[in-house]
Design a protein around this ligand. Structure first.
Ligand code: GLC
Length: 718
């Protein structure tokens, strides 16, 4: 397609319509052909609607074809619509939320799951997914931590790249869809963990911790990027010229489509950055945003901006050309339907291999937090009581696109399928709402049931609507109702295990001692219950390791392992009784469960790290070796993690930083050598010179199976 010729015959109105994205429903007129509802509210004209460039929020191939047909009929330039959707962790077959996928420490598995999601999405007519979300998260109060892969920049970069590869392939495959990395930038650093709240940080912190995962996606070839709702240091991302034009476009060379978040242009007025839509359009176009999602600043104001010489037609043409290039790259001019196919929807959605992959992802994302020996359960038993609000539902989490709860395997279903339905009895015991008080009658019912059961599986946690966009929480404990239910049930039958369903780290210090065993399966998705059953009865072993610290109290938030040292660190991290130290009077500084932590049905030993040299000149490398042994009685995997601390630097460096890891699977008694290579690149950071460079000096090194654990050794960079 000769895109220059096409661009040359477009009117300004048609160009601005290409730079606009609306909900698919906007394109439908009422019976009399009149524009209705929200489209009317935006005063969109027939021409503006007919020439729209892309839509979001539609479901299914049939619907997509209807919309595309109508559009191609009405659009004077016959430019196909681009169809976009939030395919975050599955389209119809839902795998664990990304925070759970982060717990697998297997980017390759994430890539495989994204590929599966892309296939189901592509045949449903989706051409672009608004994923990966790679916002670094450190505050468990934020509702969208479930959408990220956690608190570590190194791990997030690996998962960022894996998701881009999984969704996009090489962009020539029939089921490859374009990925859109978001939310640029630092949306996860909202003050107070409150969604959409202000973000204010040094350029050092931004470049060192928050920007790398977006850059990882850009370097991996992501086709689109979404700017975030939040301010950064006083300027909304949607109109942030330094962020989008200087950093993204000029420094990183990203010359592809940038889209705003939903109505984020007009929110610059609420931020107090722009006085009117005219200024919003100016700020956004100057920054370099090509598509305006769900608002009409461009279509209504750019003509005036050009007439007044504030914006050039060349700027508009550049934005439109990026959009046309993406459509051309996806072959839409030749085939406006893309891979949309009703019959393939039926063939692929929830097919056995997709369900199997979703189950594998749950098995590898589940984290065993505590086990006093009650696990694994024996299947040679008569009766299991499955108790709690998540006993027979609640597998499908936030941002689950076309996922349906009724298509998911609940915990009760999963256990029944494994050991026989007749052996499973369910009692909810409470609703599962946040402030719910105990109901004595319901608890008595649960106690009666568990007294005559061999085991109790408590299914507790937070409802899916307590996570996701706009759903931050100031209290991340289990409700009184759930805690009282749990204590009553365990007292009646101590052969009890708690399975947690949570979109964020929860504060468990007030209940953990009352529970014999605890696992989290996050928001596990379609095959949640079948995987939980296999883990409970030891058919599978736990592999998950925490991608985000679990606090003792929510008051510790933001809490993360790679935090800075202070001038008055506690002399003993397990003793907060001393004065004049950086401490809380009522809580230790350390997490209840640290980053990288997770138990198994077996045990492992990791030898102290051996270095082939303790001094390294520039251009050289150091080889770090350990032996890891399975010292238990069943096969299992562990994640051997290498952490560094740059002891003295031109800008203070964190207590620990993950710089390498290897997941190893070992048979009982089996031993394996694990090696890490440290190069100058490993030691680089954003220094006081404003450059990524390695500074000479001493480094502490740990090799362990979680952060904040073990003895370090030291080496020196000359
Ligand atoms: C939402 C979210 C963004 C999503 C977009 C489209 O407000 O912030 O992540 O992709 O709108 O649904």
């Amino acid at each position: 397609m000769d895109l220059q010729a096409l661009l040359g015959k477009m009117t300004l109105e048609q160009k601005l319509a290409q730079m606009s994205q609306f909900n698919a429903v906007f394109l439908f007129r009422d019976a009399g052909g009149e524009i209705t509802g929200p489209a009317k509210a935006l005063a969109l004209t027939e021409d503006e609607l007919n020439a729209t460039g892309s839509v979001l929020n539609f479901i299914g191939a049939k619907r997509m074809k209807e919309i595309q047909d109508r559009h191609m009929q009405d659009d004077p330039n016959k430019i196909p619509l681009l169809f976009m959707q939030d395919v975050i962790h599955g389209y119809r077959t839902i795998y664990p939320v990304p925070l759970g996928m982060g717990a697998t420490w297997e980017p390759a598995l994430m890539e495989e799951c994204c590929k599966m999601a892309a296939k189901e999405a592509a045949v449903a007519g989706v051409q672009v997914t608004f994923a990966p979300m790679v916002d670094l998260v450190r505050d468990c109060r934020w509702g969208r931590v479930m959408e990220s892969t956690g608190e570590d920049p190194y791990l997030n970069c690996l998962f960022s790249k894996a998701q881009v590869r999984g969704f996009q392939g090489d962009m020539t495959g029939k089921y490859d869809i374009a990925a859109c990395v978001k939310h640029f930038a630092a949306y996860g650093a909202a003050e107070g963990g409150r969604d959409y709240n202000t973000v204010d940080m040094s350029e050092r912190s931004l470049r060192q911790d928050y920007l790398p995962a977006y850059k990882a996606a850009v370097d991996e070839g992501v086709e689109m990027l979404m700017t975030s709702f939040n301010l950064i240091n006083g300027v909304p991302s949607s109109g942030n010229k330094w962020l989008v034009d200087t950093v993204l476009r000029k420094e990183w060379g990203f010359d592809k489509v940038v889209i705003s978040d939903y109505d984020a242009f007009r929110e610059m007025k609420k931020h107090g950055y722009c006085e009117n839509d005219y200024e919003c359009a100016y700020a956004a176009l100057e920054a370099g945003t090509d598509i305006e999602m769900m608002s009409n600043c461009y279509v209504k104001n750019v003509k005036q901006l050009i007439d007044e010489g504030k914006i050039s037609m060349a700027q508009v043409d550049k934005a439109v050309m990026r959009i046309l290039e993406l459509k051309d790259k996806m072959g839409l001019f030749e085939n406006p339907y893309g891979a949309a196919s009703e019959e393939e929807e039926i063939k692929f959605n929830l097919c056995p291999e997709h369900r199997a992959l979703a189950k594998k992802a749950v098995l590898k994302s589940a984290v065993l937090l505590k086990n006093d020996g009650v696990l694994p359960l024996s299947d040679n038993i008569a009766k299991v009581a499955v108790v709690g609000p998540f006993a027979d539902k609640g597998m499908i989490g936030a941002w689950s696109c076309g996922g349906k709860e009724e298509e998911a395997v609940s915990v009760a279903d999963g256990i029944g399928a494994l050991i026989g339905k007749t052996k499973v009895k369910v009692v909810l015991g409470c609703e599962g709402t946040a402030k719910e008080k105990p109901d004595a009658k319901e608890i008595a019912k649960a106690v009666r049931l568990v007294k005559n059961s061999d085991y109790v599986v408590l299914c507790l946690g937070e409802k899916r609507e307590y996570s996701g966009e706009g759903n931050s929480r100031a209290d991340v404990t289990l409700s009184e109702a759930q805690k009282t239910l749990a204590r009553s049930v365990v007292e009646a039958n101590p052969n009890a295990v708690a399975v947690l369903f949570n979109g964020r780290p929860l504060a468990l210090s007030d209940i953990i001692d009352d529970l014999p065993a605890v696992m989290t399966v996050w928001q596990p998705g379609t095959e949640g219950g079948s995987a939980v059953a296999d883990l409970l009865f030891g058919k599978e072993n736990f592999e998950g390791r925490l991608p985000m610290s679990f606090p003792r109290e929510v008051g510790q938030a933001p809490l993360y392992y790679n935090r800075m040292r202070t001038g008055r660190p506690p002399r003993d991290p397990n003793d907060n009784s001393r004065g004049y130290e950086s401490r809380y009077l009522d809580c230790l500084n350390t997490p209840l469960f640290p980053f990288g932590y997770g138990l198994s049905y077996t045990t492992f030993e990791i030898t102290p790290p051996m270095l082939d040299k303790t001094e390294m000149n520039r251009g050289e490398e150091i080889k770090v070796s350990v032996k890891v042994k399975n010292t238990g009685s069943v096969a299992g995997s562990t994640v051997v993690q290498m952490y560094l601390c740059d002891r003295f630097a031109s800008l203070v460096r964190p207590m620990q930083e993950l710089k390498g890891f290897e997941k190893v699977w070992l048979l009982p008694g089996e031993e394996k050598d694990v090696t890490f290579i440290i190069t100058e690149e490993t030691l680089k950071f954003y220094s006081a010179n404003g450059k990524f460079e390695a500074e000479s000096g001493e480094f502490n090194l740990w090799v362990s199976d979680s952060a904040e654990k073990g003895e370090s050794v030291t080496f020196k960079l000359n």
